[in-house]
Design a protein around this ligand. Structure first.
Ligand code: GTP
Ligand code: MG
Length: 519
């Protein structure tokens, strides 16, 4: 399937280049680049100590890569790279700094960690390890939930020694609103021989309390056994490997999630190419027509919605953070700046998700102008919510980078306010914390939070509005009638274009065939 699609894209690019259509060739290049770098994003989430980091180590066959003792404090991304590397970002170094791969346990100050490895599994999948949810770490689960908005799949990790808890179910309910592809991993099967009973009970709990996830696949794994298999030899190694249950998990992820993400990206590349071919054949409208007045009107509504939505978000953040600092014990006060940063970051991500979806809705009329055979190309929606134009149609409109998550102004450093606040008030409550004056330390914590919030409340809406405006501008430019029509092709080139168009029909038909259910 993809062989034929790639040949079609390459042949079309040659003809379009001969026609001098630089814009089309550049657009195709961009989509093909996305194809090459296009691993599906899998978020690994679950309660503290459920075995997320150990699971990723087991999947990569590298025990000890991610620190599995002491807990994961920040989001950690593992992606494919020809040369192994590790990089951390800190408040002071938002652009990142290289660290040795074996020193990941010692980077307490990191706000984000990225690891690159030449592992074949990572060609199709990019894994995100997350800090454990549950307990007081509302910030962590907010940011993890927000991350799901742009991920391709969630691996939910839970231990084999007890059934799903109320707090796990709460997280899963939030997840169901954001992502449709969810698989469950039951860890510690090498330690608890009764894991099958727990697995059974968990299935029943989901059926009763989280029906949305009832049909999801479960993978029982023993990460310790997988780690032992790495150092064992001969039959013992094979036996440990088989009992660890890691291979079925990675195979399923690669086949279902990785392949589907590739199909979506291939669909985008094909759509962009075919659109250019058909434009030269004169059988697409010269420009997708959206009434500029309608676009302006809907843009204004969107700005109003955004203002309201931001106000609501700010109020919730204020309540959340002030509540947290008023009731904070010493331990939490220690972690407060990190918590604040996490929650503000979570808010940024939510805002970006919101914006991407609204823009996708706005772009839909443009998308509907695409010829039927292009629309049919749209692969199954990856979003839990209806629509699904995000990853599928936006790139075909030239908004690919937008859909890919580079939402321009929203990428502004969200950590700035927390870092600034930390410098001043923090010093104060640091001193009181040491003298054990909890109540005074709490008051300082409240002042600190107020100071950070004051800054966030000014900066956040400005950046969010800018992002919305620039997205609207791009959409307006896209739906404006293009100056001039496509250059007229010679009879010979027209023949080639027609042949390409015929090939496209069969390539797109094979791509639109069902890829298997992603559950
Ligand atoms: N025997 C056994 N031990 C495991 C397994 N998975 C994890 N562990 C151990 O359980 C402890 C917690 O594992 P982690 O991988 O750090 O758990 P986590 O979910 O990443 O924890 P946080 O980052 O704090 O949320 C570590 O001591 C692991 O070695 C497993 O499948 N079998
Ligand atoms: Mg961890």
């Amino acid at each position: 399937m993809s062989e034929a699609a790639i040949r079609f894209i390459a042949d079309a690019a040659i003809v379009l280049d001969r026609l001098g259509d630089r814009a089309a060739v550049a657009a195709i290049r961009a989509e093909v680049d996305r194809l090459a770098g296009g691993a599906a994003t899998v978020v690994v989430a679950g309660e503290r100590g459920s075995g997320k980091s150990a699971l990723i180590n087991a999947m990569l066959g590298r025990p000890g890569l991610l620190p599995a003792e002491g807990g994961t404090a920040v989001h950690l991304l593992v992606r494919h790279s020809a040369h192994p590397y590790a990089m951390i970002r800190t408040m002071a170094e938002p652009d990142g700094r290289a660290v040795p791969l074996d020193a990941l346990a010692d980077v307490a100050e990191a706000t984000e960690i990225e690891v690159g490895l030449p592992d074949p599994l990572l060609r199709g999948l990019c894994l995100i390890d997350t800090p454990g949810t549950g307990g007081l770490d509302g910030g962590h689960s907010a940011i993890t939930l927000a991350t799901l908005g742009r991920a391709d799949a969630l691996l939910f990790v839970t231990r084999a020694d007890s059934e799903l808890t109320a707090s796990e179910l709460r997280f899963l309910a939030g997840a169901a609103e954001r992502i449709s592809t969810v698989a469950f991993v039951l860890t510690h099967t090498d330690r608890y021989p009764d894991w099958e009973l727990v697995l059974d009970r968990n299935r029943r709990v989901l059926a009763a309390h989280a029906p949305h996830h009832a049909g999801a696949a479960w993978f029982p794994v023993g990460s310790r056994a997988a780690a032992d298999a790495v150092t064992a030899t001969g039959k013992r190694a094979a036996r440990l490997r088989a009992s660890a249950g890691i291979d079925p998990l990675t195979a399923a992820l690669t086949a279902r999630v990785g392949a589907r993400a590739r199909a979506i990206r291939m669909g985008n590349a094909l759509a962009v190419t075919a659109r250019a071919v058909h434009r030269h054949l004169g059988d697409t409208p010269p420009a997708p027509a959206v009434d500029p007045a309608l676009l302006a009107e809907r843009g204004r509504t969107l700005e109003k919605d955004q203002r309201l939505q931001l106000k609501r978000q700010m109020l919730a953040l204020r309540e959340d953070l002030l509540g947290l600092s008023r009731s904070a014990d010493h331990q939490l006060i220690d972690r407060l700046p990190g918590e604040v940063a996490q929650r503000v970051h979570g808010l940024w991500l939510e805002q970006e998700n919101w914006l991407r979806e609204r823009i996708a809705e706005l772009a839909e009329p443009v998308a509907l102008e695409l010829p039927g055979h292009l629309r049919a190309l749209s692969p199954p929606s990856r979003s839990a919510r209806p629509g699904g134009v995000l990853e599928t149609v936006l790139p075909a409109l030239g908004l690919g980078s937008f859909a890919a998550g580079a939402a321009g102004a929203l990428a502004v450093g969200f950590l700035a306010p927390a870092a600034v606040g930390a410098g001043t008030i923090l010093v104060l409550y640091e001193r009181r914390r040491r003298t054990q004056e909890t109540r005074l330390a709490q008051q300082d914590a409240v002042r600190y939070v107020n100071q950070v919030l004051a800054q966030v409340e000014v900066e956040f809406p400005v950046a969010a509005q800018e992002a919305l405006r620039s997205s609207l501008d791009r959409l307006r430019a896209l739906s404006a009638p293009t100056a001039g029509t496509a250059p007229v092709a010679s009879a010979q080139v027209r023949g080639e274009l027609s042949a390409l168009s015929a090939r496209f029909a069969s390539v797109s038909a094979s791509l639109a065939e069902p890829q298997g259910r992603p559950r």
